[in-house]
Write a protein that binds this ligand. Structure first.
Ligand code: FCB
Length: 477
């Protein structure tokens, strides 16, 4: 994967062509709470992330999304930036509490107007909008009523999807229902690292089911309103390897692959939960929250599938004692499999501590293509945090991120060569932003944000990405 040279400044020494197909989509992604700010403006209600970030001790540095990148006011400038970079597609999310502050009932037209303006601006600049309905910001009143562990939340989500589609369906073709239901359920209700910060294994499993049910109901609602709408979901998937070829380590890998990947892929694409994971979870729940007919709804046909990829898990059985556990994931993220050990291989890591493993992306993409019904695939998120600094010349030089993006785009090329129907890639993220429990300490953007002045500075990775897109011949200069 090293056939492209990068100079010390991170700029490509060779032509930027990565030989991706001529119609490949090159996007960037963001999410509402991470960039918008304007938390109390134009009738927006509070979400679980407002409550969580304002609770002392929950978020690094007590950071909140109150202002974030002020994208709510600066979106014209941000869209212009995207157009200058030449990105073909923009994946953004709609803030549920901005358009339906109570989580049910009538729409807040001022909130919807923001997304109308944003989408119009994108279309005017020739950037295709890709709308995610739920990127983790549940309206606070719905959490008070039980949150995702309560079945009713799935129905509320479908109503909200219908309402947003009614407002934007005439100009948005690509719809993503839910982003990373694993994180919303297992980190939100299992480990408590994410909002709403609950630590209840059984509730985490129920939350996962209701997120998937809400997804299916939303697919049906959108397709009923517009059969031509391209509807998908964004799942975070991991390459998972056993530390050794012992049976015990193989079983640990089966468990974690089961909870992280198959527990979501199987219901969405096959209409069933994996039997081995259901058995692993027996001490946690008897699945009496799953009703007849639910899984048919969850498996409503999709036009495409989004995959978010960041790293690989290398796992080992609890015994016998081997290298000590060395990973950031707390055991409570894995109900029923708490004792599995996550190991460090000594590879280069990002600032998040995630090992850099582009081969894992090839593995994930080929596995989904091989084992699940055929559907066009997108990498809907991939990127890396590094410690970026503004240099004396005012520039932000980020050669590590250039190498990261390059190696993962080469992984995309490899997957396509192996027959995977991969049609696009979205860099996470357009802008440095509020990285959830890490606050503003982690910079994932290809564009640097000076939070004091809100100045945007394209990093060398942004210029590199623009070169790649230009050389693919997708857009005129
Ligand atoms: C994903 C999230 C996204 C961002 C990246 C780094 O899990 O979907 O919002 O935080 O990780």
């Amino acid at each position: 994967m090293n056939d492209i040279q990068v100079t010390s400044s991170g700029v490509l020494a060779q032509p930027a062509s990565l030989d991706l197909p001529p119609d490949f989509r090159f996007g960037v992604a963001t999410a509402a709470y991470q960039i918008e700010g304007a938390a109390a403006e134009d009738g927006r209600g509070p979400s679980i992330w407002d409550a969580f970030s304002h609770t002392p001790g929950r978020v690094h540095g007590s950071d909140t999304g109150d202002v974030a990148c002020d994208h709510y006011h600066r979106y014209p400038q941000d869209v212009t930036l995207m157009a200058e970079l030449g990105v073909t597609d923009y994946r953004f999310s709609v803030s549920w509490p901005r358009v339906q502050p109570a989580g049910s009932g009538p729409a807040n037209q001022l909130g919807l107007d923001f997304y109308r303006r944003l989408v119009d601006e994108l279309l005017r600049h020739g950037v295709e909008p890709r709308l995610t309905l739920y990127h983790w910001d549940l309206p606070a009143p719905l959490e008070e009523a039980g949150g995702w562990p309560a079945r009713d939340t799935a129905g509320r989500f479908a109503d909200y999807a219908e309402l947003v589609h009614a407002a934007l369906g005439d100009r948005v073709r690509h719809w993503m229902t839910v982003n990373e239901p694993y994180c919303s359920s297992f980190l939100g209700y299992g480990s408590g690292d994410h909002a709403p910060g609950r630590r209840e294994g059984p509730a985490a499993v129920r939350a996962a089911h209701h997120l998937l049910l809400g997804h299916g109901l939303a697919v049906q609602a959108i397709r009923a309103a517009d059969p031509a709408a391209r509807v998908s979901i964004a799942l975070n998937l991991y390459a998972v390897s056993a530390y050794s070829d012992s049976d015990a380590d193989a079983d640990a890998a089966r468990r974690i692959d089961g909870l992280a990947n198959r527990f979501f892929l199987d219901p969405v694409l096959r209409g069933q939960y994996p039997a081995d994971v259901v058995a692993d979870l027996a001490p946690v729940t008897d699945f009496d929250h799953v009703r007849d007919g639910d899984l048919e709804i969850v498996a409503s046909p999709l036009a495409e599938l989004g995959i978010n990829y960041y790293s690989r898990y290398v796992v080992a059985a609890p015994e016998p004692a081997g290298p000590p556990p060395a990973y950031w994931r707390p055991s409570s993220c894995w109900p029923g499999s708490e004792n599995v050990r996550f190991l460090d291989r000594g590879l280069a890591r990002t600032a998040m501590g995630w090992e850099i493993d582009p081969a894992g992306l090839v593995e994930v993409l080929t596995r989904v293509a091989r084992e699940y019904p055929a559907v066009p695939l997108y990498v809907t998120e991939n990127g890396a945090a590094f410690e970026d600094h503004v240099g004396a010349d005012g520039e932000v030089d980020d050669p590590e991120r250039v190498a990261f993006l390059r190696d993962h785009l080469l992984a995309c090329r490899e997957a396509i060569a192996q027959g995977v129907p991969l049609v696009g890639y979205f860099a996470w993220s357009l802008l440095d932003n509020f990285e959830w429990a890490w606050g503003y300490s982690q910079r994932f953007g290809i564009v640097y944000v000076d939070y004091g002045t809100q100045r945007r500075i394209p990093k060398s990775s942004a210029r590199w990405y623009a070169d790649v897109i230009r050389s693919a011949g997708l857009r005129a200069e």
